[in-house]
Design a protein around this ligand. Sequence first.
Ligand SMILES: Cc1cc2nc3c(=O)[nH]c(=O)nc-3n(C[C@H](O)[C@H](O)[C@H](O)COP(=O)(O)OP(=O)(O)OC[C@H]3O[C@@H](n4cnc5c(N)ncnc54)[C@H](O)[C@@H]3O)c2cc1C
Length: 455
Amino acid sequence: MTEREHLPLPQGAEIAVIGGGPAGAFFSIYAMRLAKDMGKKVRLTIFDRKTFTHQGPAGCNMCAGVVSESMVQSLAIDGINLPPSIVQRSVDSYCFHSSSGEVYIRSPYTRQRGIATTYRGGGPKGSEKTGIQSFDEFLMERAAKEGAILDRQVVDEIQLNGYKPRLCSGKKFVMEADLLVGAFGVNALTAKKFEDLGFGYTAPDTIRATQAEMPLGKDWVSEHFGNAIHVFLLNLPGVKFAAITPKGEYATISLLGKDVNQETVKAFLSHPLVQKMLPTNWKLPERFCHCFPKINVGAACKPYGHRIVIVGDAASTRLYKDGIGSAYVTGKAAAQVVSLYGIGEGDFLRHYSTVCKEINRDNLVGRFLFGANDFICGLPSLSKGYFRTLQQEQKDPSLGTPHSDMLWDMFTGSRSYRDILFQAISPRSQYTMVRGVLGALSESFNLFSTALGKG
Ligand SMILES: Cc1cc2nc3c(=O)[nH]c(=O)nc-3n(C[C@H](O)[C@H](O)[C@H](O)COP(=O)(O)OP(=O)(O)OC[C@H]3O[C@@H](n4cnc5c(N)ncnc54)[C@H](O)[C@@H]3O)c2cc1C
């Protein structure tokens, strides 16, 4: 077997991790823990120019900061407990708003911890609140505790010296690594540098998103948004997903779609279903904390090479949700492969590529499910029937809540899309859905007859 096919991590290995977001942090935490367990000495350095304690986009990895309940649970099992200074709000439900009504859905799972809303950086720009602890900085500190070295600089040049990656920053040599880990996400130009190395990596497809922080005040946020994430199924042109996440003093708007911009935010805010949740005549201030990050909606091609592995958004992530959870899955899987198998191209092909392929395959089903959800919400009679079914399930959960559970799982990432599809096509789900649609149709018919009678 050649070195390319199998190469164990050498004693005293130099590991370079480019990117200190969740994927880089999770890889580092688990790689350091496993190395210690196996009695291996490694020197692991995380490179990231960002200081996550800064306010606004400069110190933030631009996301709504929702840490899913399965993720909070997995972290707790691994001994990583999110402290109260990080959790802005503990969420126990999702509220779905549509022109056919609104419905609150609670978690169908009995878990000890709920969903956590966090700030990835030091909080919104201009925020007066101090003491906000950043989720990403917390993970960086955990990685440092495990022995990782943090180097706050950008890596702007990568070469393959023989087979060993050689890194530079600002034309200065930084290190030659035994292993290079790409955890650079989809918002930097770093992907091009990996593509140019010629080992077959291609960055995933992305779409634009926007994030805007609305300073509504703690009392308003608590009273009107409560402990729920609000998803708006409004069929706004160009918008694939719209949600408002309550935090402390702020509520975060997240819109995903084609060419979303400030005008899209304004159009969203002026929709009557959104307006009714805002103070009368409330307007976004002239200056407000917002950003236009990209979101991964595809799959990277060949996220590994000889002595190279790519994790998190830059590799594979679940479609439209739980990106932090995917960073955990890919980061931890890569750390296990590196420690238990090796760092040769063949090691990653046999033991890591399967993890990414599994996420990619499931996303194909996810794409279909989101398409079906859009289709249902776009047809008034179907949408009404669907919401009626959901409302009835929530009113009397003793009869079972299959549709609520599916919607919960689709938007929170608690289960694979494949499992959700199997549940959606089960005879029981089909039956309750048909009953709901027929109920809505007969309601519309009765209203119509009454109106005709009056006329
Ligand atoms: C609008 C929006 C809302 C979202 N909401 C959620 C949510 O609520 N919950 C959730 O789970 N996911 C959410 N996501 C997805 C989530 O943000 C990502 O999946 C997650 O951040 C991926 O982590 P990562 O570590 O792979 O990449 P990132 O978080 O993007 O981190 C990459 C890091 O690499 C650094 N870097 C890049 N190039 C270099 C270089 N050359 N040198 C040094 N450093 C470098 C960057 O500075 C950055 O810190 C959202 C995404 C968007 C766009």
